[in-house]
Write a protein of this length. Structure first.
Lengths: 280, 173
């Protein structure tokens, strides 16, 4: 009996090791990625939160830069997309394959100054003539909401008229529909603009999206302006007056996209010529 | 005694956190996967009861398995190191220094002895780990390369940890 105890004392450690090792190897050998994924999901409930906060902290410091990079990328992609769209249109119109030129080009800028509390609000952007900014370039938010357009440029900065400016002019239309009207700001509510001269036959409902028409030479077609909040019929002119909630949060603008209409000079010149023909 | 338990609990925690949030999320290369948590087993006091070392090895292995989602791989690599630690110590260092006990360090075991001990323990751990991870001998040279590169980095980290831990210990005591 004593000998047995001695024997067990001698071998229990190697035995324990062997048993544990064999169990571990068996468990490992019989596991697969599903089991490991499950295990990881379990540990994530504990570790994941720490991971999240660590990456949250480190992400926070890199956020501005990453945002900038993403915006640049988006401008690039917008350029490319426009080229594709245009070439598709050309393909349809002209099977001979006329020279493809894009109508719009995009670039990014940062809002360095912005007001929303005046009647004539303007934005100052950190890019100017030397960066290729020109007057009449449209400004939209990164997610494609109308903000304003450039009215003057210095060497390094550009100043733009904000949609929250009583002198701001744009035309809007019901998304996916031809009916259009004029957009203007009354000068008080920095979250809302008005739209009038919309045909009363337009199938508009509260919550509908209003987008740009492309009639103006500043904005490409289908830039989101806002969403219908209220509507009323103006009997004398038999048109609809709408109140729109702005798609862009004008008080929190940071990075914006600038859109250049490459044909704008040609279009302006052409229209001037047409006008002069009919002046008596 | 109590103080030592707290110190080792802290070492355990710090090594696990470093492994999970730093070394395992480096993702620099498939060849660089330092398994630094083995420093915990290496740095346990020499006189620790073998069964306790084995138990702590199991605990560390399981912890890493759960944290990294590796289903037994860390456990099966850590257990042999924990089991063979006494034998490794006796093989690599002089009898006197081993019987004196204490926290393994260059000062206690001598530069040569300590280096041999750390290299042997890390290599044993890394070889088992990477061989079992690849689960094949087809790419043996690549597995060997992973073992070598990761092992060297691990050895460096273990040395650093031992320096920091020992200076911490002597200062506190």
């Amino acid at each position: 009996m004593l000998k047995l105890v001695e024997f067990i004392k001698k071998v229990y450690l190697p035995l324990l090791f062997l048993v544990l090792e064999i169990v571990a190897i068996r468990y490992y050998a019989h596991s697969n990625s599903y089991a490991e994924a499950r295990l990881l999901a379990t540990s994530n409930s504990v570790v994941g939160r720490v991971y999240g906060s660590i990456s949250g902290v480190s992400e926070y410091f890199g956020l501005r830069k990453r945002n900038r990079v993403l915006l640049e990328e988006m401008a690039e992609l917008q350029n490319e997309l426009t080229r594709y769209r245009e070439s598709a249109v050309y393909d349809q119109l002209d099977s001979l394959g006329a020279e493809v030129e894009t109508k719009y080009s995009y670039m990014t800028a940062r809002v360095v100054r912005n007001t929303v509390n005046r009647q004539h609000n303007f934005l100052t952007l950190n890019k100017g003539l030397r960066d290729g900014v020109e007057t009449d370039m449209a400004i939209i938010t990164p997610d494609g909401a109308m903000v304003g357009y450039v009215v003057s440029c210095s060497e390094r900065y550009a100043v733009a008229i904000s949609i929250l400016n009583t002198d701001f002019n744009a035309s809007g239309k019901l998304a996916g529909d031809g009916h259009s009207g004029a957009i203007y700001w009354e000068g008080f509510d920095s979250h809302r603009v008005k739209m009038h001269e919309l045909s009363k036959y337009a199938p508009v409902e509260v919550g509908d999206t209003i987008v740009s028409t492309g009639f103006s030479h500043f904005f490409p077609e289908d830039i989101t302006i806002g969403y219908v909040e209220q509507m009323e019929v103006d009997e004398p002119t038999s048109s609809l007056n709408l109140v729109l909630g702005l798609a862009a949060d004008m008080s929190r603008l940071q990075d914006v996209l600038l859109i250049k209409n490459i044909d704008i000079y040609e279009l302006n010149a052409l229209e001037e010529e047409a006008n002069s023909l009919f002046q008596y | 005694m109590m103080r030592q338990i707290i110190e080792y609990a802290l070492l355990f925690l710090v090594l696990v956190l470093l492994q999970v949030f730093l070394f395992s999320s480096l993702e620099l290369s498939v060849y660089l996967n330092p398994l630094i948590y083995i420093a915990f087993i290496i740095l346990l006091p020499i006189e620790t009861a073998p069964v306790l070392v084995l138990g702590l090895g199991l605990l560390m292995g399981l912890t890493m398995d759960v944290a990294m989602g590796a289903a037994g791989l860390n456990t099966l690599a850590t257990l042999p190191v924990a089991f063979l630690r006494g034998a490794l110590l006796r093989l690599t260092c002089s009898k006197d220094s081993v019987s004196d006990g204490g926290v393994p360090s260059m000062r206690r075991l001598g530069v040569l002895g300590f280096t041999r001990y750390v290299v042997a323990a890390v290599l044993l751990h890394s070889i088992v780990y990477f061989t079992m991870e690849s689960a094949t001998f087809d790419y043996f040279h690549l597995t060997l390369l992973r073992t070598a590169i990761s092992g060297v980095v691990t050895i460096g980290v273990v040395f650093l940890t031992s320096q920091l831990f020992n200076s911490q210990v002597t200062r506190v005591l």
